[in-house]
Design a protein around this ligand. Structure first.
Ligand code: LMR
Length: 398
C-alpha cells in the first residue's frame, strides 16, 4: 500500500523547529515556532495553571467521559473571558461553545460546520495569514481566497486596501479575521478600524470567523477581545476559534473552543449539533485535561488573579524585548528603520529583511526565523538580544 508514496515536505513552522532542535551549534537561537520562552530559554508552566492542575487531579473522582460539548465549567468561563460577562448574558442561548483539541481543532470544527451545513462560498483570509489556515480549512472542503492586509512597503496593515477588498466580497461569504496579535505579521487593526470592518461585514452580509489564539498577549485580556465582542454584539452570525495554548501555556494539552453565535437560540442549537456530529466523526470528543484545568482555574478568584498577573508579566517582558530589538537594530545600522517592530503586537512580527538574509542568518549563525521573515518575539531574551542585533545588522548591511 505504501510502496509508491513519497515523503511530504515538512510543515513550514514545525519542520523548521525540528531542524533547529537537530542543529548541533551550541549558539543556536530559535525564533521559529510560537512558543513563549523565559530568560533561561524555558517554557515554564504558569504557577496558577500548575496549582489548578494539582487541585483538579486531587479532586477528580472519575475518568469517565465528560459531556460531549466539553467541561461545562471550561465552556462557561472561557466564554466569559473572551466574550465578557455582560455580552454572554445578553446573547443568552444565541451563543454556544464546544471544547476542541486546541485552536486548530476549533478552526477545523468551524470548517466542518460550514461544509456540513451546505456553505458553498469562499472563506477569505488575510494576505498573509497563518500558514496552517490553508491546509486546515481546505482539507475540510472549503475554498479559500485572500484579501489584502499587510503591505511590506508600509511594514504594516494597508487598511484602505483591506477595506476595499472586503467591500468586494460576495454576500454570504465568510471572512477569517485574527482577533488580535496577527500571525505572522504582528500588525493589528485598531479598535476604530474594527468598527469599520464590522460595518462592512454587516452591510455586505458577511460572516466573520475570528481566530483568537493570543488573547492577553497584545494589549490586555479585554482589549484583545474588542473585535470578537464587537462582532458578536452587532452581527447575527459569528464563529470564533479560541486557543488556550499560549495564554494558559497549555500547548501540549490541546485546549480550545469553537464559539457560535447565530440569529436565534434554535439556530445556534442546530449549529452546535453539527459541530458535535463533526467532532464525533473525526475524534469523538475533545481531550478533557486542559479544559478541566482552565475551567477550574477560572472558577477560582485567587487563581484567576494569579494567572492574570503572570500573563501580564509575560506580555510586558515580550514588549520590552520587542522594543529592545527595534532600538538595538536602529542603533546598529541605518539601512532599515525598524520602528515598526516596536509597534507590532503579540508573539510575532515580520523583520522585513530579504529572504536571502534569513537563509544566511540560519546557515552562518544558526538563528532560525521563518522565510517570511516572521520572528517569534518570545524567543528573544535578555541574553540573546545583543547577539541577534549584531548578527542581523551585520547580514543586512553586507
Ligand atoms: C505558530 O504559528 O508558530 C504557532 O501557532 C504554532 C503552530 O502550531 O504553528
Amino acid at each position: 500500500m505504501f510502496q509508491n508514496i513519497e515523503n511530504l515536505p515538512a510543515d513550514p513552522i514545525l519542520g523548521l523547529n525540528q531542524t533547529f532542535q537537530q542543529d548541533a551549534n551550541p549558539e543556536k537561537i530559535n525564533l521559529s515556532v510560537g512558543v513563549y520562552q523565559n530568560a533561561q530559554g524555558h517554557t515554564p508552566i504558569f504557577s496558577a495553571v500548575k496549582k489548578a492542575e494539582q487541585q483538579l487531579i486531587d479532586s477528580q473522582l472519575t475518568k469517565t467521559y465528560a459531556p460531549q460539548a466539553g467541561d461545562p465549567s471550561f465552556l462557561a468561563n472561557i466564554s466569559k473571558l473572551l466574550v465578557g460577562n455582560e455580552l454572554v448574558s445578553a446573547l443568552g442561548d444565541r451563543l454556544a461553545a464546544v471544547m476542541t483539541p486546541g485552536g486548530c481543532g476549533a478552526l477545523r470544527m468551524g470548517a466542518e460546520l460550514l461544509v456540513s451545513t451546505g456553505f458553498s462560498g469562499n472563506v477569505w483570509v488575510s494576505d498573509p495569514t497563518w500558514a496552517n489556515h490553508f491546509p486546515l480549512l481546505q482539507s475540510a472542503g472549503l475554498s479559500l481566497k485572500t484579501y489584502r492586509y499587510y503591505d511590506s512597503s508600509l511594514n504594516g496593515v494597508n487598511f484602505p486596501n483591506m477595506l476595499e477588498d472586503l467591500e468586494q466580497i460576495p454576500s454570504g461569504d465568510v471572512v477569517l479575521l485574527h482577533g488580535c496579535c496577527h500571525n505572522p505579521t504582528g500588525a493589528d487593526i485598531t479598535a476604530a478600524q474594527w468598527d469599520q470592518v464590522v460595518e462592512v461585514l454587516k452591510a455586505r452580509n458577511l460572516v466573520p470567523f475570528i481566530d483568537v489564539a493570543y488573547q492577553g498577549f497584545g494589549q490586555g485580556l479585554d482589549e484583545d477581545a474588542y473585535g470578537v465582542r464587537l462582532a458578536m454584539s452587532k452581527l447575527p452570525e459569528v464563529l470564533v476559534a479560541n486557543s488556550c495554548s499560549k495564554n494558559f501555556g497549555l500547548y501540549r494539552e490541546r485546549t480550545g473552543s469553537i464559539m457560535i453565535v447565530s440569529a436565534t437560540a434554535e439556530q445556534t442549537k442546530a449549529a452546535q449539533s453539527h459541530v458535535l456530529a463533526a467532532a464525533r466523526r473525526c475524534y469523538s470528543m475533545s481531550p478533557y485535561h486542559g479544559g478541566g484545568i482552565v475551567g477550574h482555574l477560572l472558577s477560582d478568584t485567587a487563581l484567576t488573579q494569579e494567572w492574570k498577573n503572570e500573563l501580564n508579566s509575560v506580555r510586558e517582558r515580550m514588549n520590552r524585548l520587542r522594543l529592545g530589538l527595534a532600538e538595538g537594530l536602529n542603533q546598529a545600522q541605518s539601512k532599515i528603520n525598524f520602528d515598526f517592530v516596536a509597534n507590532s503586537s503579540g508573539m510575532f512580527c515580520y523583520l522585513g529583511i530579504p529572504k536571502q538574509d534569513v537563509l544566511t542568518l540560519r546557515s552562518e549563525f544558526a538563528i532560525y526565523l521563518l522565510e517570511s521573515t516572521r520572528i517569534n518575539v518570545a524567543g528573544l531574551s535578555e541574553e540573546n538580544l545583543p547577539v541577534i542585533v549584531e548578527r542581523v545588522s551585520e547580514v543586512i548591511s553586507r
